[in-house]
Design a binder for this molecule. Structure first.
Ligand SMILES: *Cc1c(COP(=O)(O)O)cnc(C)c1O
Length: 376
């Protein structure tokens, strides 16, 4: 059996190696490392794939979130509503910009921000909501957009884990996640569903003004060469990453299907264990399974984690400490925020290996490992 990994990028690369190698070599030959045709090509292809007017590539997903918040005109002291049960990048950029993350509870089933809790968190300083499509499942965007539109707030989707997911809107139409709010942000970190071979990220929007603003901010606030209108940053996707992403974007739907079939296998196996709750799939969301995450009840999660490690089965805890309890936010006093579901989940979730190259014997071995632990 091939060694089990959380994500098997080596086996994935082997399948696209000739294309990737020649694309990268071509860039070396032409020395168009920055803003070359590969970047423009990728931007256009991603716009088409996502069904959005504008894609603005940038250096990583964290930058994408920061640039999006800058583009909506967030000023120090402004408040942004966001879940605490997420990767730190989502909320870190808020603090970095002097904004106040206002942490809101997640739904126990979807792991995503609970729309029913948003309204009570809105104050006159609130400017935006940042939902996170955690593990590849979309937050309830219809409900979130309804609140945002009624209260005049911007919505920035953290789509780092859900790129490619189709969302069924209340009217039955399908939209890609990231293209529903005012801005969508994503990451091309290697292990993400659409990952490059280094760092990368992007913002997308259907709003011409926000697009122009984000382009300017990502390029030193420059409106024309050497004329800098606003304080910006330097955040670029390089040509080599763009070339890799163009190739992998063509595979993305296949990658998603492969992940979904791994999840289906896990679901079928784990459904017979009352102590194990398999991911709940919301009707409006086409889960793209960036992570396959179980919620355990009456099982020692950390002991299972260690037990699997002994068998060389990797498993991960995403995330052991919720954002509102991070030391980073001490100054905000957010540790006093009462988020019982978030706390409950951080003690009970465990993510199993899921990727595009999983083999049947590996899947069986992982399932057996979990079953053996439960039977102990
Ligand atoms: C990965 C990730 C990010 C940050 O992306 P980077 O490219 O690593 O900066 C932001 N939010 C979420 C939810 C993520 O999973």
């Amino acid at each position: 059996m091939r060694k089990i990994q959380m994500v098997d990028l080596i086996a994935q690369y082997q399948k696209i190696k000739p294309e990737v190698d020649s694309a990268i070599l071509n860039i070396l030959e032409n020395a168009q490392f920055i803003n070359g045709p590969e970047v423009v090509g990728f931007q256009k292809e991603l716009e088409e794939y996502l069904g959005v007017k504008h894609v603005i590539p940038c250096a990583n997903g964290t930058d994408a979130l920061q640039i999006a918040l800058m583009a909506i005109g967030a000023k120090p002291g402004d408040e942004v509503i966001t879940p605490s049960f997420t990767y730190i990048a989502t909320t870190e950029v808020m603090a970095l910009l002097g904004l106040k993350p206002v942490f809101v509870e997640v739904e126990k089933d979807s792991f995503c921000i609970d729309p029913a809790e948003i309204e009570a968190a809105i104050t006159e300083r609130t400017i935006a909501i940042v939902p996170v499509h955690l593990y590849g499942q979309a937050a309830n965007m219809d409900a979130i957009m309804e609140i945002a539109n009624r209260r005049g707030l911007k919505v920035i989707e953290d789509n780092a884990q859900a790129i490619g997911s189709d969302y069924r809107m209340a009217d039955g139409s399908l939209k890609k996640t990231g293209g529903i709010g005012h801005i969508g942000c994503t990451s091309f970190f290697p292990s993400k569903n659409l990952g490059c071979y280094g760092d990368g990220g992007a913002m997308c929007t259907n709003d011409d003004e926000l697009a122009a603003q984000m382009r300017m901010i990502a390029n030193h606030g420059q409106s024309k060469r050497y004329y800098h209108d606003v304080v910006g940053c330097n955040s670029r996707l390089d040509s080599i990453q763009a070339a890799v992403l163009r190739i992998k974007l063509r595979e993305l739907d296949n990658y998603i299907s492969a992940r979904r079939s791994v999840a289906k296998h896990y679901n079928a196996f784990f459904s017979k264990f009352p102590q194990i709750k398999t991911p709940v799939m919301d009707v409006y969301s086409h889960h793209v399974f960036h992570q396959y995450t179980l919620t355990l009840e009456g099982v020692d999660r950390d002991a299972l984690n260690a037990f699997l490690a002994e068998r060389e089965i990797p498993s991960m805890i995403y995330y052991p400490v919720p954002a509102h309890r991070q030391k980073m936010f001490d100054a905000f006093g957010s540790a006093n925020t009462d988020l019982p579901i978030t706390d409950w989940l951080t003690e009970r979730v465990i993510s199993l290996p899921i990727h595009t190259e999983m083999e049947q014997d590996q899947l069986d071995f992982i399932c057996q490992g979990v079953a053996d632990f439960i039977a102990k």
